[in-house]
Design a protein around this ligand. Structure first.
Ligand SMILES: [Zn+2]
Length: 356
């Protein structure tokens, strides 16, 4: 009895040491919490979850077979700060009703040792702090690169409700064979998404949603009242907050038509399409950005004057501008340039929900 207790303490101490090592080994997470108008800085570095090496080292030192001395490591999730929404290192976000998200949770591994993997990983959700419930039709896929990814079905906010906050997490199916300690189910820390019911928008949210209601019905409009999302721009498509509008910046221009002001929302809606038509993930976004460079070029109008390109002109910005010109007139806040027929045809696909 006495011996057993001492053994228990020894194991607990080892666990504590390991836990301490985990914290120390944690890498700095990527911090790209917005896109400057969906442009340019797409260098969102992927946070790589730490790789544990302790088990391998211990086993080597012991010089005994794995099965005898060091059990294969158990499957577990890393902490909340490695959780991702749509491939981005965010644990919170704002989305419009009817939007799907991709949940990413880092899982732990040991270098050189094949862990005991759960056979299934489920997605759970809770609405406004309620009870956790399994999300049907969603399944986590355990990736080799340290992340479990799950595409979560779209959440629709009920009629008459302005917004709901939905937390999502992963839960593993209980392992039923192997070492006794492996026979367990683990749950991840959650991400939290605020879904807004566009039909309940009032004021400036309704004002800027109206022109995009048919083009991007599932988009959300966030008012950037403290200039922290769009910063120096009048609007931005933010991967974390969706379409963000700095109303003060837009209203500041008095000699501009309301149609031109609203065209800003349409331009951001085109970015929303660029994101969601390509799957709504960072991976798809990068593919879209590359594809944009193949189609959208800085050419001049062969038949007349061409507005000069802005210093931050980029193919995907030009695509958003061309898409905007197709559905509005008098858009004044643009990146300049000329939309040739090929570009117009490609930009038009955005409004069809298709990729160019
Ligand atoms: Zn833009």
């Amino acid at each position: 009895m006495h011996v057993r207790r001492r053994l228990t303490v020894a194991v607990a101490t080892t666990a504590l040491t390991l836990a301490g090592a985990l914290v120390g080994a944690a890498p700095a997470g990527a911090t790209a919490d917005r896109e400057p108008d969906a442009a340019l800085t797409t260098d969102v570095r992927t946070p790589t979850p730490p790789v544990l090496s302790g088990a391998t080292t211990a086993r080597t030192r012991a010089g005994l077979p794995t099965s005898r001395r060091a059990a294969r490591p158990l499957f577990a999730f890393w902490g909340q700060k490695y959780n991702r929404i749509d491939g981005f290192p965010y644990q919170t976000g704002v989305r419009g009703s009817g939007t799907s998200i991709q949940l990413g949770v880092a899982w732990k591994t040991y270098r050189g040792v094949r862990p005991i993997l759960p056979r299934k990983v489920f997605v759970q959700a809770r609405i406004d702090g309620g009870s956790w419930a399994k999300v049907s039709g969603a399944r986590g896929r355990i990736g080799k690169r340290g992340y479990v990814l799950a595409q979560v079905p779209a959440h629709v906010v009920p009629a008459g409700v302005a917004a709901q906050t939905v937390d999502y997490r992963l839960k593993t199916k209980k392992i039923t064979s192997g070492p006794r300690k492996a026979r367990r189910s683990v749950t991840s820390k959650p991400v939290s998404v605020r879904f807004e019911n566009q039909a309940m928008y009032t004021g400036d949210q309704a004002r800027f949603y109206a022109p995009i209601a048919n083009l991007c019905p599932n988009a959300s409009v966030t008012l950037d009242t403290d200039h922290t999302i769009a910063e120096k721009r009048e609007a931005v498509f933010s991967f974390q907050y969706g379409i963000a509008i700095d109303v003060e910046e837009i209203n500041a221009v008095t000699d501009e038509s309301e149609a031109s002001k609203l065209a800003v929302a349409i331009h951001e809606c085109a970015h929303w399409r660029q994101f969601y038509n390509w799957g709504g993930t960072l991976k798809g976004y990068r593919a879209m950005e590359k594809r944009s460079g193949e189609i959208f070029v800085a050419d001049a109008n062969p038949n007349g004057p061409t507005p000069p390109n802005a210093s931050d002109w980029a193919p995907l910005e030009h695509a958003a501008d061309c898409a905007t010109f197709l559905v509005t007139s008098g858009a004044e806040r643009t990146y300049g340039g000329y939309c040739n027929p090929t570009e117009n045809a490609a930009a038009g696909l955005l409004w069809q929900g298709q990729r160019y």
